[in-house]
Design a protein around this ligand. Structure first.
Ligand code: GLA
Length: 390
């Protein structure tokens, strides 16, 4: 069906990268690594409050091939979004790396700069089919793919949790986005046919088998991106932190429903109380979804999805008219158990729990009724970051 985006597939991506490498550098690459994108099933705007999140990997991924070049320069050819872009910068053993144009190179530099050992010069080609700017974590996929490539290139392996933290730091320091740990964590440690329940306080995680029977998770991309994201995300983080501090807590993880009354009594800002309410209830919903998946109670999962969307739209105020419109259209369609926006918000995607038999019907309803240009994919899960034999 049209409007369906298909993953290119690892074997084809690997071939593409290898061909480009040979054409550009005149020899074969020796190391290859990849990392997938992700969608979050539930637990939104919660990771930076040390709560629980429940993301899954998606079948789209970013892949890098390369070899040492015996110089003190890193030369990178990126074939992201069907366009070739070339950049060169000093290796981390030659000079300290600094953020700078082109924008995409900052994700690569960030991973190199945060790699525990100095990295000598290398040539590389990066290819990807992760849709960019759609809230599917193309940035974490790139950071973690590069980091995994560096592990293979240098022979130094890094503990998986530490690796996720270093890649998160790469995103803080280089592109300058104050993200939580969720994206880098799932992209590093995701597993096929599982969702990952991550405790963002202890950083422990539990693999939850994703057995949906006659249901699937359909991802609908609104294909809109509002430029609000840059300023609004840090503001939400700050408001949640403010609520925690008012309550004498280090994060909202320890807050309870009764604390909302306490915040009112302390004359806390109305918006701050709304954010805190979202966080407290979303942490509960996330653990309930994990339990319901284990019990195979998909109807309850669906209800919690709708509640989560409502809360992200009305209390956290990170949705937008297009995402609200999509969820409203999807809500009334046959075979749908639940739907919600996923990721940072202000555009991006909606996840829907829907009967497999009704997917085509749902797509035609959305295509007919949605005012924008949606694209779709069924969320088949993938393995997290890994290396490949060339
Ligand atoms: C972005 C951030 C994540 C997380 C989500 C919202 O994807 O990178 O850390 O905060 O938004 O849940």
């Amino acid at each position: 069906m049209s409007n369906e985006v298909q993953p290119v597939g690892t074997a084809r991506l690997l071939q593409l990268a290898r061909d480009k490498y040979v054409a550009t550098y005149g020899c074969e690459p020796v190391v290859a690594a990849s990392a997938p994108g992700r969608v979050n099933l539930i637990g939104e705007h919660i990771d930076y409050c040390e709560g629980f999140v429940l993301p899954v990997t998606i079948p789209f991924e970013t892949l890098i091939v390369g070899s040492y070049n015996e110089t003190d320069k890193c030369n990178i050819l990126s074939v992201l979004a069907d366009e070739d872009a070339q950049t060169s910068f000093p290796s981390s053993s030659a000079e300290s790396l600094k953020p700078g144009p082109p924008t995409w190179s900052n994700y690569v530099k960030g991973s190199i700069a945060n790699f525990p050992d100095p990295v000598k010069g290398f040539d590389a080609v990066i290819v990807s089919d992760v849709p960019i700017g759609s809230g599917l974590s193309s940035s974490a996929a790139l950071e973690v793919a590069v980091f995994t490539f560096l592990e293979a290139l240098t022979g130094k392996s890094v503990d998986a949790i530490e690796k996720a933290q270093l890649c998160q730091k790469a995103e803080h320091d280089f592109p300058g986005v104050p993200c939580g740990i969720m994206d880098q964590y799932i992209v590093t440690m995701g597993k096929k046919n599982h969702a990952l329940l991550i405790d963002c306080q202890s950083l422990e995680a539990t693999q939850i088998p994703l057995e949906l029977g006659e249901y699937v998770v359909l991802v609908t991309n609104s294909n809109v991106k509002h430029e609000l994201t840059g300023s609004e995300y840090p503001q939400r983080r700050a408001q949640c932190q403010q609520a925690a501090e008012k309550l004498g807590l280090s994060s909202l993880r320890g807050a309870k429903r009764e604390d909302l009354e306490e915040l009112k009594r302390l004359n806390c800002d109305k918006l701050v109380i709304m954010r805190a309410k979202h966080v407290i209830e979303e942490i509960y919903r996330t653990t309930e979804v994990a339990k319901s998946l284990r019990r195979n109670d998909l109807e309850r999962v669906g209800k919690l999805f709708f509640q989560s969307h409502e809360s992200l739209s009305k209390l956290m105020e990170v949705s937008c008219s297009e995402l609200d419109e999509l969820v409203d259209i999807i809500r009334g369609a046959p075979g749908v158990l639940g739907a919600r926006m996923t990721g940072g918000g202000f555009g991006g995607c909606v996840v829907t729990l829907v009967k497999r038999d009704e997917v085509d019907n749902l797509k035609s309803i959305v295509l007919k009724e949605y005012s924008g240009n949606p694209t779709f994919f069924i969320c088949q899960t993938n393995d997290g970051a890994r290396t490949h034999i060339l």
